[in-house]
Design a protein around this ligand. Structure first.
Ligand code: ADP
Length: 483
C-alpha cells in the first residue's frame, strides 16, 4: 500500500479550492493502491474556471512584462525548493522513475518557467520598419484564456511546457491534467498562489476528459487550446473548437524510426537504442522501430540484447531502477494485446514478450520483436509501452521509405558516421525532430512537435509564445501627426 500522498484532490478555481460532490480514485501504478480521491469535474466546474480566467485576463494582460517575468521566476524558485516533494508525488502518481524526476524532470519544470520569463523580457523582438513613409510596429498581444489539456506520461513537465509560455504571454490559464495523474497540477496551484500569481490567472479543473473536455474546448470565451495526447482525442477537441474557430496546438503520438547504418558508432547506437525503454516506453518521442542495415543486424541485435539484460525493472522509487510499471491496468492490457497479436501473427520476441511475472502488477517486460510482417499493426500503431521492433534494410532509400512508412511524423533517430549521409537522410524524413547520433537532447529554443498525425503546430521558444498571442502589426502614416 502506497502512503497517502496528502495532496488536495479538489479543483483550483479563482484562487480557491473547489470540491465536486462526485469523485474518482487516483491509483498508483506502483502497486495499484488508491492514493487520492479526486474531484470529478463537469460542465459546471469547467464554466466556473473559464469565468475565473476570463475575469482575471485584462489585469494579467496589462501587467508589465517585467512583473510577469518576476512572478514566473518566483514560481521556479518554489519548484526548486520543493523539488523532492514534487518528484516523489509524481513518481507515486505516474510510476516514472524517482531518479529521473529528481535529476532531470523537476529541474526542467523550473527551467520552463525561467526560460519563458527570460524570453518575455530579453528575447521577444518588436521589429519596427518603414514602408513608403509608413511606420510598422509589431506587437504580441495576449490572446485571452488558454485551455491546456495534458497527458499522464510526464505530467508536470508537459503541463509546464504550456503553462509557462501561456502565462508569460499574458494569457490566463485553465489546466486540465490527465485523470490518471492529477496530483502535481494540484501542487502547482499551491505554488502559483505562494508565488503571488493573482487569483484566477491559473486554474485547474480535475476530471475525466470526456466529462469536462467539451465544456472547456467549446467555450467561446477560450482563445487558445493546447493539447498533448492521443489522435482520437485531438479529433474530438478540433470538432469542439471548430464552433468558435478557436486555434489549437496539438502534440500527438508517434511511431518514430531509429535507424542504424553499418558505419555508425555501434556502442553509442546500442546504448541509445536501449534507452528507448525509458519511462517504460511511455514516451511519444521514442524511436520504437529499430531499422538496422543488414550488414550489422546480427551484431547490433546481439549487443542490444546483452545491454538490455542489464536493465533493472522494479519499484520506480528505488534509485537503482531503470524501468518501472505501466501507468494503469487498462494501458497494461492494451500493450500486452499488441504484443500478443504481433506474436500470433508471426513476430518473434527476442526479449521479454509479456508481463514481468516476478514483479506482478503493472510491470511489463522490456520487449524486442523481430520478424513482423510489413504493414503489421505492431509496425504502424503507437503502442506506448516498452516494446521495440527490429527490421533490417539494405539501402539508404529503403531505410528512408521504411522510416516514413507510418501516418506519424514526430521524431527520427539516426546513427551514422557519414556526415553527408546524415544530412541527406535527415532532409528526407518526415519528422518534427531529428536526432543524429544522439537522443532526447532538447533545448527550449528549438521547435518541438510533429507532422502528419503527430500534431498541429510547434511548441518551444518563439513557437509557443506566438501561439498564445494575437500578433499585431500597427501601420502608421507618420506624415499625419498634427505639428
Ligand atoms: P491517452 O490515450 O494518452 O490517455 P488522451 O488523449 O485520452 O490520451 O488524454 C490526454 C488528455 O486529454 C487527458 O487530460 C484527458 O483527460 C483529456 N481528454 C480525454 N478526452 C477528452 C475530450 N473529449 N476533450 C478534452 N480532453 C479530453
Amino acid at each position: 500500500m502506497v502512503a497517502d500522498v496528502e495532496v488536495s484532490g479538489g479543483h483550483w478555481i479563482g484562487g480557491e479550492r473547489v470540491a465536486s460532490a462526485a469523485t474518482f480514485d487516483d491509483v498508483s501504478p506502483i502497486d495499484e493502491a488508491v492514493i487520492a480521491r479526486i474531484s470529478r469535474g463537469g460542465a459546471t466546474e469547467a464554466h466556473a474556471a473559464v469565468s475565473a480566467a476570463a475575469a482575471s485576463s485584462p489585469a494579467w494582460a496589462s501587467t508589465p512584462p517585467t512583473e510577469r517575468a518576476r512572478l514566473l521566476h518566483r514560481v521556479a524558485d518554489i519548484v526548486e525548493d520543493r523539488l523532492e516533494r514534487l518528484a516523489i508525488v509524481e513518481t507515486i502518481d505516474n510510476g516514472a522513475l524517482l531518479r529521473s524526476h529528481l535529476r532531470g524532470v523537476m529541474p526542467r519544470v523550473a527551467h520552463n518557467f525561467r526560460f519563458f520569463a527570460d524570453y518575455l523580457v530579453n528575447d521577444l523582438h518588436h521589429p519596427d520598419f518603414e514602408t513608403r513613409g509608413h511606420h510598422n510596429h509589431v506587437s504580441w498581444d495576449p490572446s485571452g484564456v488558454a485551455v491546456l489539456i495534458t497527458p499522464w506520461n510526464a505530467p508536470l513537465m508537459l503541463a509546464t511546457w504550456k503553462v509557462a509560455p501561456a502565462l508569460a504571454a499574458g494569457c490566463t490559464v485553465v489546466l486540465k491534467p490527465a485523470e490518471w495523474t492529477p496530483l502535481t497540477a494540484s501542487l502547482l496551484a499551491d505554488i502559483t498562489k505562494e508565488a503571488g500569481i493573482p487569483d484566477g490567472v491559473f486554474n485547474v479543473v480535475q476530471g475525466l476528459g470526456e466529462e469536462v473536455g467539451d465544456a472547456l474546448t467549446g467555450d467561446p470565451r477560450v482563445s487558445r487550446i493546447s493539447f498533448t495526447g492521443s489522435v482520437p482525442t485531438a479529433r474530438l477537441i478540433a470538432r469542439s473548437a471548430a464552433a468558435n474557430l478557436t486555434p489549437c496546438s496539438f502534440e500527438l503520438g508517434g511511431k518514430s524510426p531509429f535507424i542504424v547504418f553499418a558505419d555508425a558508432d555501434m556502442d553509442s547506437a546500442v546504448a541509445n537504442a536501449v534507452e528507448q525503454y525509458d519511462n517504460a516506453g511511455q514516451v511519444c518521442l521514442a524511436g520504437v522501430r529499430l531499422l538496422v542495415e543488414d550488414a550489422v543486424l546480427d551484431e547490433f541485435v546481439e549487443r542490444f540484447l546483452a545491454r538490455a539484460a542489464a536493465v533493472r525493472q522494479g519499484d520506480p522509487r528505488d534509485l537503482a531502477t531503470d524501468v518501472g510499471p505501466q501507468i494503469s491496468r487498462e494501458h497494461f492490457e492494451r500493450v500486452d494485446g499488441f504484443v500478443r497479436r504481433a506474436v500470433t501473427a508471426g513476430a518473434e520476441a527476442l526479449l521479454g514478450g509479456g508481463p514481468n511475472e516476478q514483479l506482478g502488477g503493472l510491470y511489463y517486460r522490456p520487449t524486442l520483436l523481430a520478424g513482423a510482417a510489413p504493414g503489421a499493426e505492431i509496425l504502424t500503431d503507437e503502442v506506448f509501452g516498452p516494446v521495440l521492433t527490429v527490421q533490417s534494410f539494405s539501402t539508404e532509400d529503403e531505410a528512408i521509405a521504411m522510416a516514413n512508412g507510418t501516418e506519424f511524423g514526430l521524431a527520427g533517430v539516426l546513427f551514422t558516421g557519414d556526415r553527408a549521409r546524415a544530412e541527406r537522410v535527415s532532409a528526407q524524413l518526415v519528422a518534427g525532430t531529428m536526432w543524429v547520433n544522439c537522443f532526447f537532447v532538447r533545448d527550449l529554443r528549438a521547435p518541438f512537435g510533429g507532422s502528419r498525425h503527430s500534431g498541429v503546430g510547434r511548441e518551444g521558444g518563439t513557437w509557443s509564445f506566438d501561439f498564445y498571442c494575437d500578433v499585431k502589426n500597427t501601420c502608421t502614416n507618420v506624415d499625419r501627426w498634427t505639428p
